[in-house]
Design a protein around this ligand. Structure first.
Ligand code: HEC
Length: 144
């Protein structure tokens, strides 16, 4: 379903239909990554991110938290593509650019999981065209 939305956005190239799809089919609260993908991301997070952002993404020193209200306040209603791209191009802060598309998507999946967005059946796409229709909507009720 999500992959189909991504393909038709790319093929049709109509901004309007992409926006409509993002609102109807691509909310992160509907389950846009797989559990295995998030687990791969958790390993990468521990290696590349935890020393600054904390083992539980709680934030340390100047590195902000990647879970909770402040983080979601920055990212709600943005696309998953924007978050993955932010990570890929600017993080780790001291060695940006070491993560590829696949790793960035896996870490993004781990961050969504940590914020209470549920896993779905399939991996989310790794390229920005595929990720663009997916929106960081409000986490499901009851999520931390
Ligand atoms: C050397 C320390 C350091 C490392 C390692 C690091 N970060 Fe960061 N990160 C920061 C700092 C400091 C900021 C805030 C300043 C900025 O945005 O550049 C930040 C900001 C962010 C933001 C923006 C948060 C927001 O609320 O908008 C995200 C997302 C992020 N980091 C993800 C990651 C991920 C994922 C990794 C691992 C791949 C990582 N960071 C590794 C220091 C670090």
């Amino acid at each position: 379903m999500k992959r189909l939305a991504g393909i038709s956005c790319g093929a049709v190239a109509l901004a309007l239909s992409c926006a409509a799809l993002a609102q109807t089919g691509g909310g992160a609260s509907t389950g846009v990554y797989s559990k295995a993908q998030a687990e791969r991301g958790a390993e990468l997070y521990a290696t590349h991110c935890a020393r600054c952002h904390g083992a539980s993404m709680e934030g340390l020193d100047v590195a902000p938290p990647l879970v909770g209200g402040r983080f979601l306040g920055n990212w709600t209603n943005q696309s998953v593509a924007a978050l993955a791209a932010r990570i890929r191009t600017s993080m780790p802060l001291d060695t940006p650019g070491v993560l590829g598309l696949t790793a960035s998507a896996e870490i993004t999946a781990d961050i969504l999981a940590a914020n209470g967005y549920p896993a779905g059946q399939a991996d989310m796409p790794t390229n920005s065209q595929g990720l663009q229709p997916l929106t960081i909507d409000a986490p499901p009720a009851g999520a931390k």
